[in-house]
Design a protein around this ligand. Sequence first.
Ligand code: AMP
Length: 304
Amino acid sequence: MNKILVVGSIGLDTVETPFGQVQDVLGGSATYFSVAASFFTPVNLVAIVGSDFPEKEIGFLQSRRIDTKGLIINPGKTFRWKGKYSYDLNTAQTLDTQLNVFAQFKPVLPADYQDASFVLLANIDPELQLEVLKQVKKPKFIACDTMNYWIDKKVDALKKVIAAVDLLFINEAEIRQLTQELNLVKASKKIFSWGAKHVIVKQGEYGALMFSQGSVFSAPGFPLEEVNDPTGAGDSFAGGFMGYLAQKGELSEKYFRQSTIIGSVMASFNVEDFSLNRFKRLKYEEIEQRFKEFKRLSHFEETL
Ligand code: AMP
């Protein structure tokens, strides 16, 4: 079975939404990604935490087909992110980012991670994303994610990453900021001109658009009754997408479309609860059920 190599952040998040708040809970782009992907395929994880990172959380990752050989534990403090959402749950307001051990992180891939066929560069410093790309031999498919923090601070490195990947995951506000283009069709064309072949524009509760050269596919957001914490929705989307695509192993339009829906399914579960709590109790049958509900959600008859 194809494994996915992921590099990204693992952190302790402090989050406030209109529905509650949590402090120093498990979070990070690689965490949400790996756990979402692990429902479909095994994951090799490259990340760093500090000596204050709870051991039980490493145990949790290991219980989920996630190989943690590439997880470095350094003296010092784990990455921390503090964010707040108001009633518009689509926009996170970052209150504080403490890179901590990430400031000295130099990712080194264990030998058996280097021939990964599916690679996800989760949201992390684009210079670290480039370091990882130098160490993988001949991947079949590479995707990356990013956020406004890195667009503001390291746009040149980010453009080099985009030139080297097949697919970019990015949210609506961030693709506009990055390309300086308001129109999403034009913005995605600009990304293609930089090198990536596909762009998935995440639109929060409204779903996602997958642009490929010459085609576009739309996945709705699932109309949920219970939304508590949108943190990690984007990473869960990417995890579901890549996990399913790697499981199928074939880069066809059919699987790209199905993977986009699986991405939306995983994001929709994640936002129902804080941190990774919903994934901790999620059953595979629930994923299958919601996948079918997605089909019904926007199915219509072709004949007028
Ligand atoms: P998402 O809501 O999918 O965009 O991702 C949220 C996760 O990203 C949180 O769990 C944070 O720990 C993590 N995060 C926030 N800011 C950064 C950053 N600058 N670099 C890497 N990860 C981050």
